[in-house]
Write a protein that binds this ligand. Sequence first.
Ligand SMILES: [Zn+2]
Length: 326
Amino acid sequence: MRPILAVRVIALSIAALAVALGGGSRPLGAVEPLAPNELGRFMILEYHKIDYPEARWTRTPENFRRDLQRLWERGYRTVLLGDLLDRKIALPSGTTPIVLTFDDSSPGQFRYVEKAGQWVIDPDCGVGILEAFAREHPPFGHAATFYVLPGADPPNRLFNQPELATRKLQHLATQGYEIGNHTLWHATLSRYPEDVVRKQIATAQEWIQRHVPGYRPRTLALPMGAYPKSVEWAVTGQVGGTAYQHEAILMVAGGAAPSPFARTFDPYHLPRIQAIDSDLGYWVDYFDKHPEERFVSDGDPATLTIPAARAPALRSPSTLRVVQRP
Ligand SMILES: [Zn+2]
């Protein structure tokens, strides 16, 4: 009898604590108690411009803030794509990883403004909004990948403040973001022979390294979602003194991505979701209605918790200890 009584006392204490904290209602941002499922799917969101007015390729600063709030309230937490590829997902139990990506280095994604003689990050640009949100909601984090264009015409050349390009790329490289390859000037890779494809990719990396010496982008986002004739040209190569190696290639569409622990996970064909009302709304609603399909962390990076019925979908071998739940 004793253990049961002890459990009851703890349950009562938690209930009393909940009442004290939130008057009995679920506090804003609290996570639904979802069962762990590390074979569920996750979303890679794809943003383009953060600007006005809202359009097919533009999200307003207000709508971007709303997106973050909406994801936070539903238990999504940002993770770096590189950590997912490494299968190192260190999230609290019951939460779901989400990857934020920003293509084309347009000015509204990352802008400095002058304030009292100093350059400060514009609070209404993508980076400013994301960092402010993470300060208010630390568990959400501000992980994101920026697929930049080092050789595009303005305004898409490295966020369009040439004198601050180095400062911006160094901020990204050192403050918990990733810089990804998106070719030198947004070349549609399906149209070009091998040497041009490789030069576009290698030169993009080389020009990123002018700002952040030694930086190696781990992933490539395909301009227009167009694959070169051979995917291998985009994965690994060397042009002159520049060697590139990509562990993942991102498409421009395709919906939610399979778990990196699933057999169906294909890093060279990673699907993304356009972060606009229609597509993002569809997928957030979809996972609200089908929570059992969602990647839900078990809170322990050393174990992999999956529904027993889904065990055949597991990609093997995994170095993690697998826990099967009913
Ligand atoms: Zn693009």
